[in-house]
Write a protein that binds this ligand. Structure first.
Ligand code: SAH
Ligand code: SF4
Length: 327
């Protein structure tokens, strides 16, 4: 528009450093600049509908301009805040244990809709949010270009300036996109979390239909080849479902799968978060600990993540969009 280049820096600074998104408050811009921006641009692409406060998390409900609901969860960790963002409305992957899958994929979120989840939650939060996980609604690698653009804004010094080590992509294991990610100088530096959920092809196909075409064998191969420095580990996520994938034999099979990469992987066990419409149950903690013990004995670092936000239905697998309920 023929404005001085430093104007861009001023605007970026207001938005991404001060979280001021009202053009009228961008006081180092002239009145004409401000009114031009106001007439022609919109910063917030989502409307905040409400939030629900839980013991150790806060769930935010947003509405897109075309009337879909997007959910974002702020998690209070011991010494920091983590924002769990959504990348799609719904999800096409169709895992049988996940509430987000129920309506299928409605649409991809655009980069600005992903970033706006951060901007709006940060504006309402005193402490700086330094960690982002793409573990909300949707399969981030199925929306690669938009997620990449959002990540670029998150980690750029002119943007949210988050450390690349504090941004995690969680994927159900799309092989082609994982290969693309491995070659991508930006995306390959993020934390990678892969939802395995079953240690054999047969069981995985039942729980995650996507593994018919993205087989476990190929997935494990791509992960072994993923170009991480020796001190960096890929997080293997495993939702434990009572009587389905939580027996000791499953733990032994999982250990076998990961054994050659003891230093490359760590495992996160997520006891299943119940949903009123799903037939699955959460295992008792005894079963969870026995599963963990088998992996530890095989030398694989294994953690248990008791999902935060269960009481809000804001925990893993409980997020669910609603179609055009509000306009
Ligand atoms: N689509 C991506 C990211 C969102 S799901 C993925 O699948 O990785 C985030 C995590 O929640 C995944 O590891 C998934 O396996 C887990 N999950 C889904 N439903 C769950 C449930 N009901 N209980 C516990 N974990 C669940
Ligand atoms: Fe989609 Fe992840 Fe849910 Fe599977 S677990 S349906 S990939 S959001």
């Amino acid at each position: 528009m023929g404005w001085e280049p430093y104007r861009a820096d001023q605007i970026l600074n207001w938005i991404y450093k001060k979280f001021i998104t009202d053009f009228d408050r961008m006081t180092n811009l002239s009145k004409q600049h401000r009114s031009f921006l106001k007439e022609n641009y919109l910063i917030h692409s989502l409307d905040l509908l409400e939030w629900v406060e839980g013991e150790d998390s806060k769930k935010f409900l947003f509405k897109t301009k075309d009337g879909h609901i997007v959910e974002t969860v702020l998690i209070y960790e011991r010494d920091h805040l983590t924002l769990c963002v959504s990348s799609q409305v719904g999800c096409a992957v169709g895992c049988s244990f996940c509430a987000t899958a129920r309506d299928g994929l409605i649409r991809n979120l655009r980069a600005e809709e992903i970033i706006d989840q951060f901007l709006q939650v940060q504006r309402l939060t005193k402490e700086k949010i330094r960690n982002v996980v793409f573990m909300g609604m949707g399969e981030p690698l199925a929306n690669y270009q938009n997620v990449r653009k959002a990540v670029e804004i998150m980690v750029s010094p002119w943007g949210l300036d988050l450390s690349k080590r504090r941004v995690s992509i969680s994927t159900s294991g799309l092989i082609n996109q994982l290969r693309e990610m491995a070659k991508d100088p930006l995306m390959s530096q993020l934390n990678l979390a892969v939802s395995i959920n079953a240690p054999t092809q047969a069981l995985r196909e039942k729980l995650m239909p996507i593994s018919k075409t993205n087989t476990l064998e190929e997935l494990i191969k791509v992960l072994y080849e993923f170009p991480y420095p020796p001190d960096r580990r890929i997080m293997i996520e495993y939702a434990l479902i009572y009587g389905i994938n939580d027996e000791e034999k499953h733990a032994r099979e999982l250990a076998k799968l990961l054994k050659k990469g003891r230093k490359k992987f760590k495992v996160n066990l997520i006891p299943f978060n119940p949903d009123t419409q799903l037939p699955y149950k959460r295992p008792t903690m005894d079963r969870v600990y026995s599963f963990q013990k088998v992996l530890w004995e095989e030398g694989i670092s294994t953690f248990i993540r008791i999902s935060k936000g269960v009481e809000l239905f804001g925990a893993c697998g409980q997020l669910r969009s609603k179609r055009l309920v509000l306009t």
